[in-house]
Write a protein of this length. Structure first.
Length: 325
């Protein structure tokens, strides 16, 4: 069964935005009225991130269970998934960035992943998404030995999240050192029962990778799907620059791209979402599809427009195919 959720990250363009409960309530109710039953959270740390991790949820809602009650009061059934980049520091643990390429960091990565997975299970979710490696411009080129270290790390994390009934999914963004050729090398060396792949239509398309080709090749490994549109392609491979998150993703690179991503169905979008939906059905995908816009300048409008596309075009595809089956 396919279920629909929406990513809340677009409501927080700056670290000190989106911190009040009334703002969370308005966003969640907008997501609900747009037709989504779940919400995807993004990891964050400190008091400016009240939805960022289990400790902050407890501090702001009394407990993780208290936050789920808050979700239900906004007509949201569950937290579908949680996105986490280990390179994000932790004020709660007083630790800096962690790297899956460092064997010394693996125990802390495993511990923190288990912490997030335990809370996610309590919130009705099923997938922990992780950024599996730093950006291509911030690490040395990945050789076979580096791929082996990554595989060992994420297998260990997958075992930890599985203890809570949560699947691990590797989220390969367009800046990733795993972009293109390294992705199969890593997947081939991880346990399919422990480590899945997140299909992000926007990130793949910006990276010059056809989402349909990924579905065809890795149907059995896809554990999570994110639908966002792409407005441009990094065909100059600017992702190889150091600190490309700021110079390319945020500032737009040499072409000064205003926005790489938008809500599905946006004018100028490069992703064919009906075709991707049909391909996922043909591949037997079952799980969450999380729609996002990635730092939309008008988050409520983006959520409603995406909801319209889901309700008028994508859900009917699912219903027709289910009826035929």
């Amino acid at each position: 069964m396919i279920r629909w959720a929406y990513a809340i990250n677009q409501w927080k363009p700056q670290f000190d935005d989106f911190v009040r409960r009334e703002q969370h309530e308005r966003a969640l109710k907008t997501i609900s009225i747009a037709g989504f039953e779940g919400v995807e959270l993004t990891y964050g740390t400190g008091r400016w991130e009240p939805l960022g991790n289990p400790q902050q949820l407890a501090a702001n809602f009394g407990s993780v269970a208290g936050f789920r009650e808050f979700l239900r009061s906004c007509a949201i059934d569950a937290v579908s998934s949680w996105y986490w980049d280990p390179a994000e520091r932790s004020m709660e643990d007083l630790t800096g960035p962690l790297s899956p390429l460092s064997a010394d960091d693996v125990p802390a990565i495993v511990q923190r992943a288990g912490w997030l997975a335990e809370a996610l299970a309590e919130l009705g979710g099923s997938v922990l998404l992780v950024r599996p490696t730093p950006g291509a411009g911030d690490v040395e080129p990945l050789d076979d030995e580096a791929i082996g270290r990554l595989a060992a790390c994420w297998d260990a994390v997958g075992r930890a999240t599985a203890e809570h009934g949560v699947r691990l999914a590797l989220h390969v963004d367009f800046l990733s050192a795993l972009r293109r050729d390294h992705v199969p090398a890593l997947l081939d060396r991880t346990d399919p029962a422990l480590v899945g792949l997140a299909l992000d239509t926007g990130e793949l398309t910006v990276g010059g990778i056809d989402p349909l080709a990924i579905i065809e090749r890795y149907a059995g490994r896809i554990a999570h799907v994110q639908f966002k549109d792409a407005l441009a392609v990094d065909d100059a491979e600017e992702h190889l620059q150091p600190h490309a998150h700021w110079t390319v993703r945020v500032r737009g690179g040499a072409r000064e791209i205003p926005r790489w991503f938008a809500e599905p169905g946006a004018d100028g979008g490069l992703v064919d979402f009906p075709e991707v939906t049909r391909a996922l059905l043909d591949a037997g995908y079952s799980g969450w599809i999380v729609v996002e816009s990635d730092q939309s300048p008008h988050p409520a409008a983006s959520a409603l427009l995406a909801g319209y596309l889901v309700q008028r075009e994508l859900r009917p595809i699912l219903e027709r195919e289910t009826a035929r089956a």
